[in-house]
Ligand binder design. Sequence first.
Ligand code: PBG
Length: 329
Amino acid sequence: MAFPADRPRRLRRTDTLRKLVRETELSPSDFMLPLFAVSGRGVRKPIASMPGVAQLSVDNLVEEARTAYNAGVRSLILFGIPDRKDAEGTSAWDANGPVCTGFKALKDALPDMVLVADVCMCEYTDHGHCGPIERDARGHVAVANDRTLPLLARAAVAYARAGADIVAPSDMMDGRVAAIRTGLDENGLSDTPIMSYAVKYASGFYGPFREAAQSAPKQGDRRGYQMDPANVREARREALLDVGEGADIVMVKPALAYLDVIAEVKRTTNLPVAAYNVSGEYSMLKAAAQAGWIDEKRVCLEILTGIKRAGADIILTYSAAEAARWLQD
Ligand code: PBG
């Protein structure tokens, strides 16, 4: 026979036919919007490498969150930029700092928004590493794993008390999920879930974020604690460890160069899987769109669809509010 019997094009003829057989449908409630909190009032300090993203004082944070909420976004994750940094990162649990005061204001203004606290020391330490540093037995500078754990637990408790619905450790210390779980439980916060950045790679795609959060390490890099981009079996190991320690949601980060890892983690655990469409991925999209080289709306929705198709139940993305509006167009 000259023609194939199986003709997939039959189902592509009209928009409604295509919609009928669509396998992956994005929804604004899939998205989680990252926001950066600073102290002060009326502050909106744009991040040059992330067009459309700014450091915001609490009043503007609430407005930004409301805009996203009105577009259909139902969750956000908060990062803090403190006024003061020290070797241990003690501003991380400051009840009067921008993160804790931000959560209180957000809870009052938008009680239905899921508020997530990023838990890490790198924004709060003066050296920019994700925990206090020390010289190891060989004389090398390294992050002190076990000394970091109580600091993370203390910060997580402070955020949950201030109104965070979920805490999300992004430091990559071994044992932090168990330490945070214990800290929350001992403080009457046993119903606060942990979304762990279980599979976080040492990635060049975090560059713009480190400008936004002022958290670039002064010396060295994060390869001694974040994962090697070449590894996927290790991703399984990390995810299962965090499941065993009590994680409620596991995350893969970054997203685009790691779609296979998202799929693998989805197969490995029964937990919801989050994927972080990180700063460098956003900046590439914005830069190409600003140059007129790609259609931003189309490419953005294509990227987010790809991340969801790979297995993500939740997508952290700086495009959350825009994408949510585009989905309603
Ligand atoms: C903190 C943290 C980072 C990101 C989220 N939490 C930066 C890092 O590990 O250096 C990156 C997010 C992004 O690039 O959008 N540890």
